[in-house]
Ligand binder design. Structure first.
Ligand SMILES: [Zn+2]
Length: 298
């Protein structure tokens, strides 16, 4: 179990001691990529805290949390550093392999739940740091506080404190009796079908966002909306909040802008289409796939 130990973030002495502890593990992020053993059989590769002295970091280490007795920090390796330079500190890697920096999203389904959670957390924090180097209020540089969980404006007269944000997005499996609505987005391959999704706007409830998105994109009016589950989606900083809804009718009006096509599928019809390769479903690591699979499994 991973504990974020948020109460430790303000404890500068404890944080400094953990960073000096050889057992501490560092999760490096370079150009928004994570370090893993390989793309085909990925496991997270951690650096020892001693490696921090050899890394050209773009900000101080960010405290992630504790699992068992092991403390984890994220470290942002300067983007300007090149992959070859990484070999200089490869010897500090505690695993037998130096590993390779890869995009997280394509390998997410092949990672263990623990590795995925910790790599995603590190990536999301480093991404936030990279985009908040300057105060959004006055434009002065920011500096890292609370072990990387606050970015404070360095101009005393301003003093604004910036906190990491997550963008809520709703995703919904729409049912009408025993058929399920799946859609193809204009930006996808034509055979890819998934549940409908969209971002929540300021001042909007999650249920209102579900109703609005579904009406805008597919012209479907919903009767009931029930919460299903949620999933962090740090590409770059979303939280997917999943729902199951019932449509008032099977009438569709596809907008042609965000959606190329939307279709009601019966269970066997979808299974056959997938088996024939005519329809492709979203990646196994996604909440969209979980929504579809759950229905397919009956
Ligand atoms: Zn400021």
């Amino acid at each position: 179990v991973f504990d974020r130990c948020s109460e430790r973030r303000r404890d500068a002495d404890w944080i400094a001691a953990r960073l000096a502890d050889p057992a501490t593990r560092i999760v490096p992020v370079w150009r928004m990529r994570n370090l893993v053993t390989s793309e085909t059989d990925p496991r997270a590769v951690y650096l020892s805290a001693a490696a921090l002295g050899t890394i050209r970091a773009s900000s101080p280490p960010i405290f992630l949390g504790v699992a068992g007795d092991v403390v984890y920090f994220a470290a942002a390796i300067d983007d300007a550093d090149d992959a070859l330079a990484s070999r200089a500190w490869a010897s500090a890697v505690e695993s037998s392999t130096a590993g390779t920096f890869v995009e997280l999203r394509p390998i997410a389904a092949r990672l263990s739940a623990f590795d995925l959670a910790i790599l995603a957390h590190a990536r999301a924090m480093v991404w936030w740091h990279a985009r908040h180097r300057f105060c959004g209020v006055c434009g002065a540089p920011t500096e890292s506080r609370e072990a990387g969980h606050v970015l404070a404006c360095t101009r005393a007269e301003c003093g604004a404190m910036h906190h990491p944000r997550t963008d809520p997005a709703v995703i919904v499996r729409i049912m009408h009796g025993d058929v399920c609505l799946l859609a193809n987005q204009t930006t996808w391959m034509p055979e890819m079908y998934s549940t409908l999704a969209g971002f929540v706007e300021p001042g909007e409830s999650l249920e209102e966002a579900v109703r609005r998105e579904v009406m805008e994109e597919a012209g479907v009016r919903l009767t009931t909306i029930r919460y299903h589950s949620s999933q962090p989606w740090p590409y770059p900083s979303s939280q997917m909040i999943a729902f199951v809804a019932e449509a008032a009718s099977r009438e569709l009006r596809v907008d042609g802008d965000e959606l190329r096509d939307a279709r009601w599928f019966a269970r066997d019809e979808l299974k056959d289409a997938v088996a024939r390769g005519e329809v492709r479903l979203p990646t196994a690591a996604s909440v969209a796939r979980r929504l579809v699979d759950e229905w397919l499994a009956g």
